[in-house]
Design a protein around this ligand. Structure first.
Ligand code: TA6
Length: 277
């Protein structure tokens, strides 16, 4: 049902036999997803002040229609601070499917030279799936870069390894140097901010838990791996100084060299699934 927090921010609170979840209407931003009998699949900062128009730290921010600062404007684009509209809710018994759209008037307001339609579909049950569909509704080709900026919980970042990226090439956002090659699992002993590209297979998050998370993607040949570590944690808004110890971002993306050019009328759907195995 629709609830509002003390700042008037609207959330969809989902309570289903298979899952409990919460989605902020601003940004169509899922902030928690707890399948029955499991822990939350997502990490949320305890320091969110959740005032409207401030990006929520945690969950899955929708970075669109550009990633990071690939275009002038707010970091990671305009979708996550704009008000979306619920357009559908279906209970299939073993999951709930929610559809939202970003009204075209809002897109036009922020991006007067662009012509896009944007919808998102969540499938919430024993796992989480989010599909972000962009349509070029204009008369000229348009460039799209984007990410589903998933914050995932880990028991201890020092004991965390990401499998599935071995041998993949990556661009290091910290140094601006490209064409690194991943040797072995991704481990963390300092800030990590990398765009792995030319890569589409599943990523396993092994943090020595009995069950670990698996992230899969569709419509994406790039994935961003980020942990802010100590210094950046101090500089980030709404982020506790030790927050880096219990989270990692595994972001299904079309970022860097994996940006997409959509012809008039063309659609592209970016999908990520998060499940515990
Ligand atoms: O995806 C990694 C990243 O681009 C980092 O460089 C850092 O800026 C992070 O996103 C968070 O960005 P935000 O705008 O949400 O503070």
């Amino acid at each position: 049902q629709l609830v509002r927090n003390e700042h008037g921010r609207a959330f969809l609170d989902i309570s289903h036999p298979r899952v409990k979840a919460r989605i902020a209407l601003q940004g169509a931003h899922i902030t928690s997803c707890v399948p029955t009998g499991q822990g939350d699949l997502l990490w949320m900062s305890p320091e969110n002040d959740a005032r409207p128009d401030r990006p929520i730290r945690g969950g899955i921010p929708i970075c669109w229609p550009y990633f990071g600062n690939e275009r002038p404007g707010p970091s990671h684009g305009i979708a996550r601070t704009s008000d979306w509209r619920l357009t559908g809710a279906v209970d299939t018994g073993d999951m709930i499917r929610l559809s939202l759209e970003l009204p075209r008037g809002i897109i036009k307001h922020h991006l007067p030279d662009d012509d896009w339609q944007l919808q998102v579909e969540f499938e919430l049950g024993s796992s989480l799936s989010i599909a972000l569909r962009t349509t070029n509704s204009g008369g000229r080709a348009q460039v799209l870069s984007q990410a589903l900026h998933s914050y995932l919980p880990v028991r201890d970042i020092h004991e965390t390894r990401l499998w599935g990226l071995e041998g993949a090439e990556f661009f290091d956002q910290l140094t601006g140097v490209d064409h690194h090659r991943q040797q072995g699992p991704v481990t963390f002993s300092g800030e990590v901010d990398r765009i792995y590209h030319g890569h589409a297979s599943a990523i396993q998050l092994d943090d020595s838990s009995q069950h670990y998370l698996v992230v899969t993607r569709e419509g994406s040949e790039s994935v961003v791996i980020w942990n802010p570590w100590t210094d950046k944690s101090q500089r980030l808004g709404q982020f506790p100084a030790d927050g880096y110890k219990t989270m990692v971002c595994i972001e299904a993306a079309n970022a860097g060299p994996d940006h997409r050019v959509l012809a008039p009328g063309e659609s592209h759907t970016l999908v990520t699934q998060i499940s515990r195995v």
